[in-house]
Structures are given as structure tokens and as C-alpha cells.
Design a protein around this ligand. Structure first.
Ligand code: SD4
Length: 342
């Protein structure tokens, strides 16, 4: 783990500036991989986004479709049992059920989502199936599971022994107090870490044909009420993509994001001329203004990419990071600016 932490830190220090410059990325594209119409880039929330970006890049660097790339990227933490807030190995709700929320969207406003889905590892792929094979946008609970099984997804128990143990530990106090930045405690983005809790992945990509897409997937807040749905599967809250403007995704306390239509807000702010970073900052400040006493004690972070491939993020609390991958550097990890902390 030390090696990995060191690797990520080095990657972040060496690459932050270049990863934010669309021109630098495009100029450095190796022969045969040069974008046809502009910058090709993928960005993901948190430090485990580096691995997700690599999976997405395997598609993008061959001229593949951004929608395929974000799905492939999101599937990486879904399958990682060390990640306790996405997919397999996710911490359960207070009744011991692992329930997943996910969404996916392309630049033409095609979108799909699943909420409170149980027993299926790759919620993001079910979300894509909702988008492509139903007349609907969002399926929930048993209906989502039934649809997934009809589509050929395999049923499996998502509660790993480690997550089960953590749940039984939690039952001793049954105190619901989501922890700020639990996501990074083990992956070393410069804050204290522990290996037991990671978070939602939001992933945004721009492909060689200039097509934007995004996806978001999570097991939600650990120890939530059974049936609770967060922002991640809600189009406009946890994810929004508009091919004319850009894309945005969020992580952190979903309730605060939903009440502000967070990702839609970020995209609309970019439409008005703000850079991705400025738009994310303004949205974070809006979240804080709406419910200052709640919001200041929690974490909400936004990540955005505009249609030119520029990337920015902003958070309430220090400790949020985002991974950026392009032809110039596939492993950049950038600490986001925040309202609180340094
Ligand atoms: C949710 N935004 O369910 C997601 C999960 C998350 O920190 O990011 N938790 O509210």
C-alpha cells in the first residue's frame, strides 16, 4: 500500500498542471493515438479513480466511445472488494442489505439509472441496460433486480465477510453519522487514511469524436435506512451531461446534492461561462448556503468536465481528490480546492 500511495502522490505532483491543460495533453499524444477532433480525457472522483481511468483509457485511446469508457471505468471499483462504498463489498444499510445506486448518461440526454438494487455487482451496467432496453430512465428495488435478471445479469451476494463484520460492529452503537472523507483514508491523498471505507465513483469522459458521457455508481451511505436512495442514480443530482456544454458528477452526502440538483447546477453554471472549477465551487457554495448548519459538517464535492475537455473540482471539506487521465498522463491525481481545510 505504501508503494501505491507513493506512486499516486508522485503522479499527482508531476502531472497536475499538465492534466488540466487540454493543449498540453493533445500535443503530447503519441503517434497513432492523437485525438481526431480534440482532447481525449477521462476524469473520476477520488484516488481509486486512477484505476478506473485506466480501464476507461483502454477504450478511449483506441478511438472508442465515451459511453463504453465510463461504463468500463465504473465497473472497476464495483468489482473491488476493498472498496466499501461501491458494488461488491459495499457496506450495507442498517438492516444488512447492500443496495446499489447507479446512473449513466450520454451527450444526447440518453440516460438510465437503478436505485436500491440488490444482489447484482455491476449496477452501472444495469443502468446502461435501462437506458438502452427500456422506455424508462430509472428502475428501483425488486423491479430493477427483476429487469437485471431478465437481461442476463447474475445474482450474487454482495455482502462480503469484511462488510458483514463492519455492520455487526456498527450495530453495537447504531449511530448514523457519516464520516467526512472516509473515501480516502486508505489511498493517501494527503489526509489520514484507513482501509475500510471508500466512496462513490463519478466518471466523466470525452472521446476522440468529441462525445461526452458520464456514469456514477455507489452503495451509498453506509448504515443508511433501508430503501434510502442517494444522489448517484438521480439524473441532474449525482450526474448530468449536456453535449453542448459539459458534464458533472458528485460525491458525498447525497441528500445535500439532491436538494440543489447539484450536477445539473454545475452544468448550467458552465453554460453561463464558468470554467469547470468555478462552476463546481459555485455549486458547493450554493449547497452550503441552503443548509449551512448541516452542510458544513459534511462532505459534498463536484467534479466537472466541459466540452473542450477542461476539468475542475471543488469540495466543502479538504481531502477530496480527482483522477485525470489523457494522452499526456494516465495517472494524475489532483487534490481539489475546498471551502474548509487547507
Ligand atoms: C450517496 N453520494 O449515496 C452518495 C454516496 C457518497 O459519501 O458519495 N457518499 O449519497
Amino acid at each position: 500500500m505504501t508503494d501505491r500511495r507513493q506512486f499516486l502522490k508522485t503522479a499527482a505532483l508531476g502531472a497536475a498542471a499538465a492534466a488540466l491543460s487540454p493543449v498540453a495533453g493533445a500535443a503530447a499524444a503519441p503517434a497513432g493515438k492523437a485525438p481526431k477532433t480534440g482532447i481525449v480525457r477521462v476524469t473520476s472522483t477520488w484516488d481509486f479513480g486512477v484505476a478506473a481511468n485506466h480501464a476507461a483509457w483502454a477504450i478511449l485511446s483506441k478511438g472508442g466511445r465515451s459511453l463504453d469508457a465510463v461504463e468500463a471505468g465504473a465497473r472497476v471499483p464495483e468489482a473491488d472488494i476493498r472498496n466499501h462504498s461501491v458494488g461488491l463489498g459495499g457496506y450495507p444499510d442498517r438492516d444488512g442489505h447492500v443496495t446499489l445506486d447507479a446512473s449513466i448518461m450520454d451527450a444526447e440526454a440518453n440516460c438510465g439509472g437503478v436505485a436500491c438494487l440488490e444482489d447484482i455487482e455491476h449496477a452501472v451496467s444495469v443502468a446502461r441496460a435501462v437506458m438502452e432496453h427500456t422506455p424508462h430512465v430509472l428502475l428501483v428495488g425488486p423491479g430493477a433486480l427483476e429487469f437485471a435478471l431478465q437481461q442476463g445479469f447474475k445474482k450474487q451476494d454482495l455482502l462480503t465477510p469484511a462488510a458483514d463484520k463492519a455492520w455487526h460492529e456498527w450495530l453495537k452503537t447504531s449511530r448514523y453519522k457519516p464520516e467526512i472523507n472516509s473515501e480516502v483514508r486508505d489511498y493517501g491523498a494527503g489526509v489520514p487514511v484507513s482501509k475500510d471505507n471508500h466512496d462513490t465513483i463519478g466518471i466523466l469522459a470525452l472521446d476522440a469524436h468529441g462525445r461526452l458521457a458520464g456514469a456514477c455508481t455507489t452503495s451509498g451511505m453506509a448504515w443508511k435506512m433501508h430503501g434510502r436512495v442517494g444522489d448517484s442514480p438521480i439524473i441532474g443530482a449525482g450526474l448530468y451531461v449536456d453535449g453542448e456544454v459539459g458534464a458533472a458528477t458528485s460525491t458525498g452526502m447525497g441528500e445535500e446534492v439532491i436538494r440543489n440538483a447539484g450536477s445539473f447546477l454545475v452544468v448550467e453554471l458552465m453554460r453561463q461561462g464558468r470554467t469547470p472549477g468555478e462552476a463546481c465551487k459555485e455549486a458547493v457554495l450554493r449547497v452550503l448556503r441552503k443548509h449551512p448548519s448541516t452542510a458544513r459538517q459534511t462532505q459534498v464535492a463536484f467534479l466537472a468536465m466541459n466540452k473542450d475537455g477542461e476539468v475542475g473540482g471543488y469540495a466543502i471539506q479538504h481531502g477530496f481528490s480527482y483522477a485525470v487521465c489523457d494522452a499526456h498522463n494516465q495517472s494524475a491525481l489532483i487534490p481539489a480546492k475546498s471551502v474548509y481545510g487547507t
